[in-house]
Design a protein around this ligand. Structure first.
Ligand code: SPV
Ligand code: MN
Length: 613
């Protein structure tokens, strides 16, 4: 048994509530040693992990790890939000009673860290000094060193974050136990994994994984699920799966900030790290704040909505990251950045890494290359020759400060004032390049009906989108009706309202399927139009589903799209929208207690479409 008090005392951790919490879980999990971690321990932990071959060198100051083959992504089916109030049950939060879940998880965690070190990771999911700091402190316990290394990159980690709390008992208790990964029946009816946020006790208990959102508890479990619940319970803020960028007009000196949600595979990280297209680079600068989470609050002093990125790093999908799609991400994982790669392909001899889309073709010389499972590429069985080298959910983990265009004020505790909130899903039809929405209820309605094409055509009815409200479907922590009401209340309390917009970079030609818009850097153009619309510099064209750019209002200098392509992406397909509105109605009907303002917004849009023929 670990000598808990000696370990905590040695680390200078004085907070008595934290000490009691660590003692309780050390005893329950049977951990052999306790070690308190601060960010300054990184080099030592890296050295130990290299010595144990938990990670491998991947060039100067970069590292590589492989996960267990059945532990490669978040598991939505095994993720639960529990509370003691049955009224907290929503459609997507997978609610279960706290009293039922706690013993189930504890039973699995009991003795499961025997022989291991339990790392105590005190962290803050906010820039220090943020007005939301009281919701940001947490202490993750983990029995996996690689998870501790990831936490140091993804959150602000250090004992002082937890010892100086105004309310010493106000921290999230986040317990992670890996379990015996080979015996957990992942994906079978006997699946042993449980990823539970007991939201009304501010306690997170995750058992049965060491990967991503299942194991790095600051990010998704605290930064989204727990924070969304806290934001609602306190009435103070929203926690959303949003990217956050700054756009500076160098001519006028004005700075704007845009945040927004995108379902997975809809280009959120590429947008967050975007650079301006060459033709606009003299006039505009784009700054990176965050690619995955934003907390939003109304500031009583100036009546604006402010956003922070509570994270300290980026846990980005490696697949398809290249000089063309995202050069800033490549710079952020360059030698010397301390980046951790997981489940990409790795070369034993050269220590290089590679993933699908990194270069048009895989390395020609196969010597030393192994796929994400560790199998030598040259020895893969014939039936596997076409299989990807990297897992599709392989990742890079690097800090925000490594992103070359990180905003100079990314660490500002106050956050940045938000001018626009955007939503966008991958859709081959119906959604134009951009449509702006100036009414709050219509903006929230648009977020609630955000959808993207289902990945597998067989999954759905023709033309039916997979709805992902505000891109929060996997992270919803309380009922959707209350969620919509909370949005209306928080944003509605601001004297100066952000403008909303829906964007779509992925419209295709119905005949040959080619993309009608070049995307990537050129996505800055519709955003600039949106900000100009908000400033009253352009007027756009009103349609039943929002304002779209009038011909000549978009700056298209250097864009290769043809006039026909532009015409399609800047128009509304009314018959398709009439069909869409029926799907939306069914989608919204699932949500009990949806505010009347949202239904009114829906009916206004439906009536406007009906009139447009
Ligand atoms: C996501 O899946 O949306 C992520 C990665 O941001 S994970 O942390 O694994 O949830
Ligand atoms: Mn995410």
């Amino acid at each position: 048994m670990a000598d808990v008090q000696a370990a905590l005392g040695g680390a200078g951790l004085r907070n008595v509530h934290v000490r009691e919490y660590v003692r309780h879980w050390a005893e329950l999990t049977g951990a052999e040693r306790i070690e308190v971690i601060s960010a300054s321990d990184d080099a030592r932990l890296i050295g130990e992990a290299l010595a144990e071959r938990e990670i491998l060198p991947a060039g100067e100051g970069r590292y590589y790890s492989r996960s267990y083959v059945k532990d490669t992504a978040r598991s939505e089916e095994r993720t639960i939000v529990a509370t003691s109030n049955p009224a907290d049950k929503g459609v997507y939060n997978n609610w279960r009673p706290a009293g039922e879940m706690r013993p189930l998880v504890e039973e699995r965690m009991r003795g499961a860290s025997a022989g291991k070190t339990m790392y105590v990771v005190p962290y803050l999911m906010a820039p220090a000094g943020s007005p939301l700091e009281q919701y940001a402190a947490g202490v993750q316990l983990t029995d996996c060193r690689t998870v501790a290394l990831h936490m140091i990159r993804m959150a602000r980690v250090g004992v002082h974050y937890i010892d100086n709390l105004a309310d010493q008992n106000s921290f999230v208790r986040a317990v992670h136990v890996t379990g015996d990964l080979e015996k957990l029946g992942q994906g079978t009816p006997g699946d042993q994994r449980y990823f539970v946020t007991i939201a009304d006790e501010r306690t997170i208990v995750h058992f049965g994984s060491s990967y991503g959102g299942n194991a790095l508890l600051g990010k998704i479990a605290h930064g989204l699920r727990q924070a969304a619940y806290d934001g609602w319970a306190s009435g103070e803020f929203l926690a959303e799966q949003f990217m956050l960028i700054g756009i500076t007009d160098k001519l006028t000196g004005k700075r704007y900030h845009v945040c927004g949600g995108f379902p997975s595979a809809s280009g959120k990280t590429n947008l967050a790290m975007m650079l301006p297209p060459d033709a606009l680079a003299d006039r505009y600068r784009v700054d990176f704040y965050g690619d995955d989470i934003a907390w939003l609050r109304a500031d009583p002093d100036d009546g604006k909505i402010y956003a922070i990125n509570p994270e300290f790093g980026v846990f980005g999908v490696a697949k398809d990251t290249s000089e063309v799609t995202n050069p800033t991400a490549l710079a952020a994982v360059a030698p010397g950045t301390g980046t951790l790669f997981t489940n990409v392909a790795y070369n034993d001899l050269t220590h290089e890494v590679w993933w699908e889309g990194r270069t048009p073709a895989p390395p020609a010389d196969l010597a030393g290359w192994r796929d994400w499972t560790g199998t030598l590429i040259s020895e893969r069985p014939a039936e596997d020759t076409g299989a990807p080298w990297a897992h599709p959910n392989s990742r890079f983990t690097t800090t925000l400060a490594n992103v070359p265009n990180v905003a100079p004020d990314f660490d500002d505790p106050k956050g940045v004032p938000i001018d626009a909130i955007i939503f966008g899903g991958r859709t081959r039809d119906r959604e134009p390049l951009i449509r702006a929405i100036t009414d709050l209820a219509e903006g929230v309605y648009d977020g609630l009906t955000l959808g993207a094409e289902a990945t597998f055509a067989a999954e759905g009815v023709e033309g039916l989108l997979r709805y992902d409200p505000m891109s929060m479907r996997p992270f919803m922590a309380y009922p959707e009706g209350a969620y919509a009401a909370h949005w209306l209340r928080v944003i509605g309390s601001a004297a100066s309202q952000p403008i909303f917009a829906h964007v779509n970079w992925f419209q295709r030609d119905p005949e040959d399927g080619h993309y009608l818009w070049p995307g990537y850097r050129d996505n800055l153009r519709p955003l600039i139009w949106l900000l100009r619309l908000k400033e009253g510099e352009v007027r756009g064209r009103q349609t039943p589903v929002g304002i779209i750019p009038a011909k000549d209002e978009l700056d298209l200098d250097g864009v290769t799209a043809t006039p026909e392509e532009l015409k399609t992406i800047l128009s509304i397909d009314t018959p398709r929208w009439k069909q869409e509105i029926k799907h939306r109605e069914q989608h919204l009907e699932q949500f009990a207690g949806l505010p009347e303002e949202i239904w009114q917004a829906h009916r206004r849009v439906a009536a406007a479409l009906h009139r447009a023929d």
